[in-house]
Design a binder for this molecule. Structure first.
Ligand SMILES: N=CN[C@@H](CCC(=O)O)C(=O)O
Ligand SMILES: [Zn+2]
Length: 422
């Protein structure tokens, strides 16, 4: 199978030499080839260049991309897309004045989603989740991290892991699973948090490790959830099973989770709506990717991650959706790229770097995803006709995506019958 895309107005994020991460000042640069072609064989980017060098290249499928932009598909490194039902009633409660914390204190929030998920069959959970995921592929995302965390019992967390495994096996999207058993304290452990941590450490992590699905561990390190000691106990146990941290830190309060994350060589530390100089210092001496989640800030009306402080300190930054039923019920990366520009004051170049190559890094897949590089996987967005790539974040809430190539397959995203499964 071969595809040739011709007359591309702008081929974006082109790197002749493979890149794994883009940091600081370098995030301002987005390499672009004007009037270009791109040639794909099977699932791989084989060749690209200026149109004048395209002569003689033949392919089974030829796409004329006159006026259009081609870029790597979005890499969403933080999602909770496997969940049951929704939490619209809490949405209304918040409109009427309750805070996210008030709702959690009443026993709602994550615990509500956990109850729903525990009562949902594995097949139903799979169907709900893959349908959400396919809607997101139509919006241009082809790589997703997916967390557990709405099970909160050994049985239900393993059910979530099996659903994620099935999605990983059946979807054309690239999936990175993460174990987030420490997402909230189940009500039966309300006065006995240590017992729940013991359950995670002694039963869940070893059983999850035996399933060999997830190589990443997450903890919601936050007041009222898991403190620094709890988090460390879980990271330590996970490290013995070769699970690397990707943790929720600094969403509402600074507990020292960033420093703890870097100490345990976290692949990413996510949220960072609150951030101090010590956190910046810890990140500077690490291989840890900071991840901003502007959809959560928008939906909960909490501060936005100080992206300028992070990037101007010479650090890398990724952006992701945090797609979940409580704090960010949207997985639209086009919106996230726009919000990064408008609210986090990132340039379009920085935002696109953050949503492609740095998103891929935050899933440990940037050697094969996140840039237009010979040998990398062909996961691509072909836009509608646009004046320039900066129109993607500029025209917020518009849908810039016309076609998607996922794993080397051209998909008709407007056709409701189109499927994105292997
Ligand atoms: N903060 C922790 N976890 C999610 C929210 C989960 C929920 O409310 O269901 C987040 O990243 O925002
Ligand atoms: Zn999250």
């Amino acid at each position: 199978m071969s595809i040739l895309i011709k007359n591309i107005k702008q081929l974006v994020q082109v790197h002749d030499y493979n890149v794994m991460i883009v940091k600081g000042e370098d995030m301002k640069t987005l390499p672009v080839l004007e009037n270009a072609y791109l040639y794909i064989e099977h699932d791989t980017i084989i060749e690209y260049g200026e149109m004048e060098y395209c002569e003689g290249i033949e392919a089974e499928t030829i796409i004329d991309a006159t006026g259009k932009i081609v870029l790597p598909a979005w890499c969403d490194s933080h999602t909770h897309v496997v969940y049951a039902g929704n939490r619209t009633s809490e949405f209304v409660d918040r409109i009427n004045g309750l805070s996210y914390e008030d709702i959690a204190n009443r026993g709602g929030g994550i615990l509500n989603s956990a109850k729903l998920l525990q009562d949902t069959s594995e097949d139903d959970l799979y169907e709900q989740s893959i349908n959400r995921l396919e809607e997101l592929i139509r919006m241009g995302t082809c790589a997703f991290e997916i967390k557990t965390g709405y099970g909160l019992t050994v049985e239900a967390e393993l059910k979530m892991l099996r659903v994620i495994k099935r999605i990983k096996q059946e979807s054309l999207a690239k999936i990175t699973p993460t174990l987030l058993a420490a997402h909230a304290i189940p009500s039966e452990y309300k006065d006995n948090k240590d017992e729940y941590i013991k359950l995670i450490v002694e039963e869940l992590i070893p059983q999850a490790s035996d399933l060999n699905i997830s190589h990443y561990i997450d903890v919601f390190c936050e007041k009222g959830y898991f403190d620094l000691d709890d988090t460390e106990a879980i990271l330590k146990a996970a490290a013995e099973h070769n699970m690397r941290p990707k943790i929720h830190v600094n969403q509402f309060n600074i507990l020292g989770g960033v420093g703890l994350g870097t100490k345990y060589d976290a692949l990413s530390v996510d949220h960072l709506e609150e951030l101090n100089d010590e956190d910046i210092k810890a990140l500077k001496n690490s291989d840890t990717m900071p991840v901003a989640l502007p959809g959560c800030s928008y939906f909960l009306s909490i501060p936005y991650t100080p992206a300028r402080k992070i990037i101007d300190a010479g650090l890398p930054l990724a952006i992701a959706t945090d797609y979940n039923p409580g704090s960010a019920p949207s997985g639209n990366m086009n919106f996230i790229v726009s919000a990064a520009c408008v609210k986090l004051k990132m340039t379009p170049e920085e935002a696109i770097n953050a949503a492609t190559i740095n998103g891929a890094y935050a899933m440990g897949i940037s050697s094969m995803y996140g840039s237009i590089t010979r040998g990398k996987k062909a996961n691509l967005i072909i836009t509608k006709p646009l004046s320039d790539y900066s129109e993607i974040p500029y025209a917020f809430a518009h849908d810039p995506v016309e076609q998607v190539i996922i794993n080397g397959q051209l998909k008709d995203i407007k056709n409701p019958e189109e499927n994105f499964r292997i």
